[in-house]
Design a protein around this ligand. Structure first.
Ligand code: FAD
Length: 470
């Protein structure tokens, strides 16, 4: 026998997209239930993604910063690491945020049912958990089931020396030699963490560049900064892995299969992308449309082909970022509440929380070229920025892209200490349609990193005084 429940909205998945949608629904007076497979809300982001990785990256940054000042003779010694304490610090932060979500759900009277939701009809969802069976009759459903790591056919999964990002964030051990498969954001962030913790790291990437969305001049600065820290092998593929020895023997081939070579590692971390959790949604009775990559198809109101069923977050496609899903979650709640809103952000920022950090938003220079935009760029290297020097961060750069026809800012890339924070002003300026004069006439505090946005804009306008004008 199932417990039968009626609700206006059921949200399947309690990650950032799902709980944001549910909380907004509740605030708009709509009775809402979240169905979540795990015991905690927060999804990948809180439990095994954004939050644990950024906690560890902060510690990695402190370790590296400390080493730099030891090298300068300003600090006396590099401190010993206490991995147990790092783990409990990270877990404490997750717990605090997790408790916060439980409190918010409880206070908003959003019920959480634990278990896997499976559609029976476009108005009925069944949940089967160990303790009970539920049948939820709903008016609207929001699918927010997220994504999971891609699995590759030649990897000996089941071997505890083969990790994904979730394993890596547990810090079960600090491998002497770590191979990271994939030069995307997650791979590079994990390299940053494990290098700081003492691993010797190789990254293998089958394409000819890391972070392909980012302009080459920014990647060049990144490569110069990390060249003594870890080795990135581009145009390289794994052919096979021999897991029968003490160390994993990895056979690889470089560009165009010209040569085959092998290296030994303690652990291999697979970070080659994520795929949507969409295989549960359909049954013989009705069909929610998905694309060839498994992403649920939605319109600009997040509606699937079934009019009362919506989908948001990682499960509908790229960019797979928490802030995109949260925005979609708020939007879908307002649409269900009767507002005629649409998903039309001009830009979605991206950040690799590496060291140095890289952030980009809007049109990059390479995109401007492809789109034949009449663009102008303006860069301020942080060795000309007071705060860059004060903070031992002169390796940074702020690069802005303007449309020369309108003088409007259309994109920005920043590399350096806390680069992602500078995307706030650039994103807002793009959303608000600001031109270079608007930014130049905004007083930027001194000495700050975001002052670099004001100075780079003044360089574009020929007004800068901190550097020589062209
Ligand atoms: P998820 O967070 O994946 O949540 C989906 C939830 O649905 C899960 O809790 C799952 O248990 C549940 N679920 C799935 N199927 C069912 C079902 N049938 N029934 C019930 N429940 C179900 N993004 C950023 O913006 N910034 C970052 O810094 C960042 N860092 C990251 C670092 C790592 C290591 C990883 C792996 C990801 C990172 N991301 C980051 C991506 C971010 O975590 C995701 O974009 C975000 O979690 C997506 O949110 P979501 O709610 O769509 O899905």
């Amino acid at each position: 026998m199932s417990t039968k429940i009626k609700t206006s909205v059921v949200v399947i998945g309690g990650g950032p997209s799902g709980y944001s949608a549910a909380f907004r629904c509740s605030d708009l007076g709509i009775k809402t239930i979240i169905v979540e497979n795990y015991l905690n809300l927060g999804g990948v982001c809180l439990n095994v993604g954004c939050i644990p990785s950024k906690t560890l990256l902060h510690i990695a940054k402190l370790i590296k910063e400390n080493k730099k000042f030891v090298e300068k003779g300003i600090l006396n010694n590099v401190p010993n690491l206490n991995i147990e304490k790092i783990i409990s610090w990270k877990n404490k932060i997750i717990k605090k945020l997790s408790n916060g979500l439980q409190f918010l759900a409880h206070t908003r009277k959003v019920d959480i049912i634990n278990g896997i939701g499976i559609f029976e009809t476009p108005n009925i969802l069944n949940i089967n958990n160990n303790d009970n069976k539920y049948q939820i009759e709903f008016e609207h459903a929001i699918i927010a089931t997220g994504s999971h790591p891609v699995k590759l056919p030649f990897i000996p999964y089941g071997d505890d020396r083969i990790w994904d990002s979730t394993d890596a964030l547990l810090l079960k051990k600090i491998p002497k030699k770590l191979l990271i498969l994939g030069g995307g954001i997650i791979g590079l962030e994990m390299a940053t963490i494990y290098h700081a913790l003492g691993s010797d790291i190789n990254i293998i990437e089958m394409s000819n560049k890391i972070l392909p969305s980012v302009d080459d001049d920014i990647i060049q600065i990144y490569n110069n900064n990390i060249k003594n820290e870890f080795n990135i092998m581009l145009n390289t593929k794994i052919i096979s892995i021999d897991s029968n020895k003490n160390l994993l023997q990895v056979y690889m081939t470089d560009d165009n299969n010209k040569s085959i070579f092998s290296k030994k590692y303690d652990v291999i971390l697979i970070a080659v992308g994520r795929i949507p959790n969409s295989n549960f949604i359909n049954n013989n009775l009705f069909n929610i449309e998905i694309d060839n990559n498994g992403f649920i198809k939605v319109n600009d109101q997040m509606r699937t082909n079934i009019p009362n069923i919506y989908a948001i977050g990682d499960v509908i496609g790229h960019p797979m970022l928490a802030h995109k899903g949260i925005h979609e979650g708020h939007l879908v709640a307002e649409i269900i509440a009767g507002k005629n809103h649409f998903f039309i952000p001009k830009v979605i920022p991206s950040i690799a929380y590496t060291d140095p950090e890289i952030g980009w938003v809007g049109i990059t220079e390479k995109n401007a070229k492809i789109k034949n935009i009449n663009y102008g760029i303006s860069c301020l290297p942080w060795n000309s920025l007071g705060r860059g020097l004060c903070s031992n961060a002169e390796n940074g750069l702020t690069k802005l892209i303007f449309d020369k026809n309108t003088n409007k800012i259309i994109g920005g890339l920043v590399i350096g200490y806390n680069a992602g924070e500078l995307l706030g002003e650039i994103s807002l300026a793009i959303e608000m349609g600001c031109d270079a004069e608007d930014i130049s006439l905004t007083i930027h505090a001194h000495p700050t990193f975001y002052e670099s946005i004001g100075i780079a804009t003044d360089i574009f306008l020929g007004l800068a005084t901190d550097v020589l004008n062209k």
